[in-house]
Write a protein that binds this ligand. Structure first.
Ligand code: URA
Length: 190
């Protein structure tokens, strides 16, 4: 699942589709998508200006409680595990290669760690762009990630859904988006 301009200079990478995204096969159209729209307002961009994708393409759903087999569509989302991230790695790698963005905006810790392999906490590093090679799968039948040949600008920020757990992050995200806007203007990325 990915959407937007296929030769975009800016790529946003989320975690995994939610319930609504799986139904419509489009990223960030559910609850988190409404918050995502604020990101674009703060950035002065539209979804058509960028490419949006995610670390994994299917919805990781919660197990049902023992003795109660809740239908999958009624279960909550959960964080994807390493096996799921690995299984979907070739797709994300191919998408990054195809789009060849200049700036990769990682939304949340899962995307940040998958893309950079860095262990830093998002609260310590969000909102500051840096140049880095990214991680890609060594080969289709490998389970090892290796650094890319190219260097990208990485801009780590919080996932839109993070404000559902911590309202205070909204101000931090707004501030991040203003910093990103300044960076894009200064470096003539559009
Ligand atoms: N969260 C994501 O990371 N991606 C979506 O498309 C929706 C929610």
């Amino acid at each position: 699942m990915g959407a937007g301009k296929t030769d975009a200079e800016i790529m946003l990478i989320g975690e995994a589709p939610g319930r609504q995204e799986v139904i419509e096969n489009r990223p960030f159209i559910g609850k988190a998508g409404q918050v995502m729209d604020d990101y674009f307002t703060w950035l002065g961009l539209t979804r058509a200006d960028v490419y949006i994708t995610s670390v994994i393409r299917s919805r990781p759903y919660q197990k049902s409680k023992p003795g109660y087999d809740k239908p999958i569509e009624q279960r909550g989302n959960r964080t994807p595990n390493q096996a799921e991230i690995l299984a979907h790695a070739p797709l994300l790698d191919a998408q990054i290669e195809d789009v060849a963005p200049k700036v990769i905006v990682t939304l949340g810790g899962v995307a940040f760690r998958r893309v950079t392999g860095m262990k830093e906490r998002l609260t310590d590093i969000h909102g500051t762009p840096f140049q880095s090679k990214i991680l890609k799968l060594e080969s289709l039948n490998s389970n090892r990630y290796i650094p890319s040949d190219q260097t990208y600008t990485i801009f780590p920020t919080f996932h839109p859904a993070s404000i559902f757990y911590n309202q205070k992050l909204k101000a931090a995200i707004e501030d991040d988006m203003r910093k990103l806007k300044d960076y894009l203007t200064m470096s003539k990325v559009k």
